[in-house]
Design a binder for this molecule. Structure first.
Ligand code: TTP
Length: 206
């Protein structure tokens, strides 16, 4: 008898995110999960390192959902992504002009995308948090190309004002590291972390 589908359902995953990308990435692994968007504040002190920012925010998002759940079971997953260029953190653009500004800064240069991932066991409160980063080199982008891209609307809810999984793929020269970290959920890292919480997304066959 094959127990694998039962085994993977032994613990429920709760994705503390409103991001459709994160939902799609987790679904692509065949994971059994529900989604509960987090309302956690994303304010951080200006002197924090990128690692600290993404890990703290990932944990905050998961904690926010955990504290508001009626049932204490399952593993809550939070995640946060930022883009860093020359030590400056680029979050989501405030408006179209801000998106143009960010893309002009990124043009022809290499930046680093950091994504934090947090898991909390709802029953015990045990938490684990980690992060990955990936280097991304952008093509040289003319003003015209940047304006055309911003007009597509795609940059508005994305850290660094681009989406590598969408039209933004046309702007990227190369990446060094994990692709999924750029999209917003480091899948291999999350898979390892979930195993530590009793969730095996790739159960071994008997
Ligand atoms: C760089 C890059 C970022 N992004 C997205 C991933 C994240 O959704 C977003 C960064 O914002 P986040 O604050 O990390 O996430 P979010 O507000 O969209 O979702 P939630 O907090 O509810 O989980 O940027 C892409 O989709 N593609 C990319 O290439």
């Amino acid at each position: 008898m094959n127990h694998s589908s039962n085994d993977r359902k032994t613990r429920q995953i709760i994705l503390a995110s409103s991001s459709p990308r994160r939902r799609e990435l987790l679904a692509s692994l065949g994971a059994d999960f529900t989604v509960e968007p987090s309302g956690a504040s994303e304010e951080v002190p200006g002197d924090w390192t990128p690692e600290r920012i993404v890990e703290d925010l990932a944990l905050r998002k998961a904690e926010w959902v955990m504290e508001r759940r009626a049932r204490s079971e399952g593993v809550i997953v939070g995640s946060d992504t930022i883009v860093v260029l020359d030590g400056a953190v680029l979050g989501k653009p405030k408006d179209a002009a801000d998106a143009v500004r960010m893309l002009s800064l990124l043009s022809g240069r290499e930046h680093r995308v950091y994504t934090g991932a947090a898991c909390i066991d709802a029953a015990s409160g045990r938490a684990e948090v980690s992060h990955r980063f990936t280097n991304v080199r952008m093509k040289e982008l003319s003003e015209r190309r940047i304006e055309d891209y911003v007009k597509s609307g795609e940059p508005m809810d994305k850290a660094g004002a681009y989406a590598i999984q969408g039209l933004g793929a046309l702007l990227v020269e190369s990446i060094e590291g994990d692709y999924f970290t750029v999209v917003g959920l480091p899948l291999a890292l999350l898979g390892e972390m979930l195993e530590g919480f009793g969730v095996n997304l790739l159960p071994s066959n008997p």
